[in-house]
Design a protein around this ligand. Structure first.
Ligand code: ADP
Ligand code: 5GP
Length: 291
C-alpha cells in the first residue's frame, strides 16, 4: 500500500495551519498554567469547548495539578480504566464522573493515607468485605502477588498477580515486598511500591492478608491499623468455607485447621470486628480505616 501523498497546501494555507497550531499550543499552555496556579479547576478545563483543549490528553491536564505530576496522573487514569492516550473530548460521562471523584478525594485528603490491614480466618468474609470497598474512592485495595493457581473467575492483576515460584523469589530477593508469607502451601506477598504510591496520593491502603503478614506490617509500619475479622461463631465459619465451594474437602480441612490457629491471634490486633451483617461491619471498618 502506498502512503497518501501529502495534501498540497498553498503558502497561505500552510501559514494558517502553522498559526492555528501555535494558537492551540498557547491555549493549552495557558490552561495548564491556570490549573497549576489554582486559578482554574480541572472541571472547568474538562468542559472548555475549544478544540485545542478538547484535543489535549487527559493525563497532560491532570499532571498540571499541583502535587499530582505525570506518574500520579497516570495512576489515577489507570485506576479508573481510562486509556493513557485518551483526549479530553473523548471522555465519556461515566469517566468524567469517576475522575471527579478521584480528584475530589485527592483535594480533600492531601495528607498521606493510612495503612490498614484486614486479617481473619479463611472463609470469614474478608474478600467479600474488601470487594465492597473497591469502588470507594477513599480506599485503594492492594493487589497481592501469589504463587497459588487462580480460582475460577479470578483475574490476573485484579484479584492477585499470579506469579511463578521463581518470579516470586526474585521479588523477595530484590526487597520488593512490604511483607510476604507462606499460607496453605503457597506464597503470598504485598508489593511495596504501589502501597507507598497510593498512600502518598492520600488513599487509605487496605491489605487483606493473613496473620504472619499482619505481624510483619506491624513491625515495619507501626502506624498501621490492624483489624481482625471474626466470624459470629465457629459453626458459621465452617458453613461459609463450605458454602464458597472453591476448595476440595482435603483443602477445606487444612484451611479449618489453619483457621483455628488464626482465631487465636485475634488479641494481637487493634480491633476485632464480627462479620455478622456485612453492612454494619463496613461502617465500623470505614470509620476505623479513615480515622
Ligand atoms: P475470605 O476472603 O475471608 O476467605 P470470603 O469473602 O470468600 O472469605 O467469604 C466466604 C463465604 O462467606 C462466601 O461465600 C461469602 O459470600 C460468605 N459471607 C461473607 N460474609 C458473610 C456474612 N456476613 N454473612 C453470610 N455469609 C457471608
Ligand atoms: P486465598 O488463597 O484464600 O486467596 O488466600 C489465603 C490467605 O492468604 C488469606 O488469609 C489471605 O488474606 C492471605 N493473603 C492474600 N494476600 C496476601 C499477602 O499479600 N500477604 C499475606 N501475608 N497474606 C495474603
Amino acid at each position: 500500500m502506498t502512503p497518501n501523498p501529502p495534501p498540497h497546501l498553498t503558502l497561505e494555507q500552510r501559514q494558517a495551519a502553522l498559526l492555528k497550531a501555535k494558537i492551540s499550543r498557547q491555549e493549552r499552555a495557558q490552561v495548564k498554567q491556570a490549573i497549576a496556579d489554582g486559578e482554574l479547576s480541572v472541571f472547568d478545563a474538562l468542559n472548555d469547548p475549544r478544540e485545542s483543549i478538547q484535543r489535549m490528553r487527559v493525563v497532560e491536564l491532570l499532571s498540571s495539578l499541583p502535587g499530582v505530576g505525570k506518574t500520579r496522573a497516570s495512576l489515577i487514569m489507570e485506576r479508573r480504566s481510562i486509556s493513557p492516550t485518551r483526549r479530553i473530548g473523548g471522555l465519556g460521562q461515566l469517566q468524567l464522573r469517576a475522575l471527579g471523584k478521584e480528584l475530589a478525594v485527592a483535594k480533600a485528603e492531601p495528607r498521606r493515607g493510612n495503612l490498614v490491614v484486614i486479617s481473619g480466618p479463611g472463609g470469614v468474609g474478608k474478600s467479600t468485605i474488601t470487594a465492597l470497598l473497591r469502588n470507594d474512592p477513599r480506599f485503594w485495595i492492594s493487589v497481592s502477588a501469589t504463587t497459588r493457581e487462580p480460582r475460577a473467575g479470578e483475574r490476573d492483576g485484579v484479584d492477585y498477580s499470579f506469579l511463578s515460584t521463581q518470579k516470586f523469589q526474585e521479588m523477595i530477593d530484590s526487597g520488593s515486598f512490604l511483607e510476604w508469607a507462606e499460607f496453605a502451601g503457597n506464597r503470598y506477598g504485598t508489593p511495596r511500591a504501589p502501597v507507598d504510591e497510593w498512600r502518598s496520593l492520600g488513599k487509605h491502603v487496605i491489605l487483606e492478608i493473613e496473620i504472619d503478614g499482619a505481624r510483619q506490617v506491624r513491625e515495619r509500619e507501626p502506624g498501621a491499623t490492624l483489624i481482625f475479622i471474626a466470624p459470629p461463631s465457629w459453626d458459621e465459619l465452617v458453613r461459609r468455607l463450605a458454602g464458597r465451594g472453591t476448595d476440595s474437602p482435603e483443602r477445606r480441612a487444612a484451611r479449618l485447621a489453619l483457621a483455628e490457629q488464626e482465631m487465636a491471634a485475634a488479641g494481637e490486633f487493634d480491633a476485632i470486628l464480627v462479620n455478622d451483617q456485612v453492612e454494619g461491619l463496613i461502617d465500623q471498618l470505614v470509620s476505623l480505616a479513615t480515622a
